[in-house]
Write a protein that binds this ligand. Structure first.
Ligand SMILES: *Cc1c(COP(=O)(O)O)cnc(C)c1O
Length: 385
């Protein structure tokens, strides 16, 4: 089976992890700090807080921006559950903004229209979470301008997009957002096993994220409501969590980061090959947004119903039967039972639903060989006929 995504672990990665295993610190040690510093330097962000996974990073980002009961968070319906669940963790309410039918990212025109309605109804969101679907950045300048105009905060869910660029600036620079979140799950672009990070240019937000990562504890006397009892003393000044990443994971991430640019280049080359090899087939290949260099976490195609006699289900099943580990990204979040119980229904976000009805993610990972990719294309050609 050729999977839709997979990690690469090299001898250098194994050596880096082994060195941590033989060291004094398995967690809360120097490897986490080194990983955070390397990520900050790569992305051009002032602060990085590495955590247990991207879901934890999204939760902490919402808490650090004071999301709570009575507040709204808006995100894209075309995303993984975690982009919306983070609001529910905080007791806040969720709403969605439909996607652009070409890039499959949150549509800034739909966002502007929905904001204007929400302003009139007095229910503006506190936070908007644009998701850089498949690795392609959303139109962050447009979203950033709306954030200024309507007074909401922005968390970029860049789980797919490390190594990508928006207007020649790396995703993660937070040029148009308060916080950017990455995932280091093994199907993503670089991995720590499980892992994630929150990036920000705001020093106060970074300190808050660090504190919330570790129970809401501080050892800084200035933040306490009394003089410390002694050198051992700490205070818990708010409710936090244990969302820490280990040094074992951070060492793997730091070693992987050295190959990030190579990985993205290889993905770009595979995308160019897919585009060319699929040109005569009844499928819609992913569109490029202007001014964006995608990191190409995914290569999502749509089966073109007007030109193809087979349904998406038939094409998907035929590919799986041929040993191609295709997948579908994403089932629109608002159609999940957990969200329908909150009042959402099928039909609420028709563009995300129409895209989902035809979508298939083809195998896409840095170590996919040209020969394996040719096999995928041959199987797809057969499945579509
Ligand atoms: C993978 C993913 C997440 C969650 O990442 P974890 O590290 O597994 O918690 C969140 N959002 C998107 C868009 C993702 O693809």
């Amino acid at each position: 089976m050729i999977p839709y995504g997979r990690q690469e672990v090299t001898q250098a990665d194994i050596d880096a992890v082994e060195a941590v295993l033989r060291s004094d610190f398995l967690t809360q040690g120097p490897a986490v700090v080194r990983f955070e510093q390397a990520l900050a330097a790569y992305c051009g962000a002032a602060h990085v807080v590495a955590v247990a996974n991207a879901t934890a990073a999204l939760h902490l980002a919402c808490l650090a921006l004071d999301l709570g009961p009575g507040d709204w968070l808006w995100t894209s319906p075309n995303t993984f559950l975690a982009s919306a669940n983070c609001a529910l963790y905080c007791g806040a309410r969720v709403d969605f903004v439909d996607i652009d039918p070409h890039t499959y990212d949150m549509d800034p025109v739909a966002l502007a229209a929905k904001l204007e309605r929400a302003r009139r109804e007095g229910r503006l969101p506190k936070i908007v979470v644009p998701v850089h679907f498949a690795g392609q950045s959303c139109d962050m300048a447009a979203i950033g301008a709306l954030a200024k105009r309507y007074g909401f905060r922005v968390i970029e869910d860049a789980s797919h997009a490390i190594g990508g660029h928006y207007r020649d600036v790396p995703v993660g620079s937070c040029a148009f957002s308060d916080i950017t979140v990455f995932s280091f799950h093994p199907v993503k672009i670089v991995t720590t096993g499980e892992g994630g990070a929150a990036l920000t240019n705001d020093t106060a937000l970074a300190r808050r994220l660090e504190r919330l990562r570790s129970h809401g504890m501080t050892r800084e006397a200035a933040l306490m409501d009394a003089e410390p009892d002694g050198a051992w003393y700490y205070q818990q000044i708010e409710l936090g969590y244990n969302y820490r990443i280990t040094d074992i994971q951070a060492a793997l991430g730091l070693s992987q980061l050295a190959r990030l640019d190579d990985y993205v280049q290889r993905r770009q080359r595979l995308v160019a090959r897919y585009d060319a090899l699929l040109a005569d087939l009844p499928v819609i290949v992913p569109a490029r947004a202007a001014g964006v260099r995608s990191a190409w976490h995914l290569y999502p195609i749509q089966v073109d119903a007007r030109r193809c006699p087979r349904s998406r289900r038939q094409v998907f099943d035929a590919l799986r039967a041929a040993g191609i580990g295709v997948n579908v990204h994403y089932i629109p979040v608002h159609t999940q039972p957990c969200y329908r119980r909150l009042g959402f229904a099928r039909g609420d976000f028709p563009r995300a639903e129409a895209y989902y009805a035809h979508a298939i993610s083809l195998p896409m990972f840095a170590t996919l060989t040209d020969a394996a990719q040719d096999e995928v294309v041959a199987a797809l050609r057969g499945a579509l006929a």
